[in-house]
Design a protein around this ligand. Sequence first.
Ligand code: G4F
Length: 315
Amino acid sequence: MYFLHYGDMTDSTNLIRLIQEIQPDEIYNLAAMSHVHVSFEIPEYTANADGIGTLRILDAVRLLGLEKKTRIYQASTSELFGKVQEIPQTEKTPFYPRSPYAVAKMYAYWITVNYREAYGMYACNGILFNHESPIRGETFVTRKITRATSRIALGLQDKFYLGNLDAQRDWGHAKDYVRMMWMILQADEAEDWVIATGKTTTVRDFVRMSFLEVGIDLEFKGEGVNEKGFVKTCNLEEFQLPIGKEVLNIDPRYFRPTEVDLLIGDASKANNKLGWFPEYDLKGLVKDMMQSDIKLMKKQQYLEKGGYKTLNYFE
Ligand code: G4F
């Protein structure tokens, strides 16, 4: 049986009451203001929810005397590595956070380690590299790309705008990563773990791969803010666009005050000690996201044409 409770990471009394009521065996703290760019706009709230919020959970468990019962998973992040000090990044790589989000997460990381060492709590950090899926929020770059690609391929949108195409990320499938979160809390010992695929790809190549899923090959011309993406060939009858059509522009509004240029993780510890390996590669991830968004956008296309009465045709 599942219950949904109301909670807020900035409200200690609420968290204490909930944990007292539920007496959980496991807590997965995935709660956060998790958008890196937005954290530059609301740094204080980000610090409160993402940093102090983690302390509130840890301390609630301690205060309620649940240190030996409740295991805690803290959603740490590859953003901690920021301006990377080592390639690839492992559990031992020094942190260099580059955003208010990453700085808040750095506090959360260390307070988790501290409560483990000080009070013998089973509290672990999963240092997860970017993990994506068809239900990824629409303002994160992968979903923004697969949604826009689908809409453009279906003729629902003319073009779209991105920021830094050169950024490189180690993208995995959220299904693989969530499985690993559970595995982390089942391990004999509480430890911190890097979870990654070990491969890195530019944002530009993610765009290219998304368009290829609908048979469209792109070419990129120009540099910096003047770079643009154009249709080179269309190889599927269903998705035909004019050759040379401009589908992607750069908008400097999406640049960040400080950027994380390159992330690539080494998950050897998780591979060797827990036997975790991802089932999806990047191609499989892009395919999954594109298939889902094409289906979703076809539904929108149908609705826009007034076909709402037979909506379940697509479900
Ligand atoms: O998709 P993003 O916004 O993810 P980011 O910043 O890597 O953070 C995500 O992954 C972290 C794990 O490492 C999580 F901790 C965090 O909560 C979040 O889930 O941006 C990825 C890259 C960046 O370099 C960004 O500058 O894509 C670049 N980018 C280029 N154009 C863009 C855009 N990002 C966004 N969101 N929107 C753009 O238009």
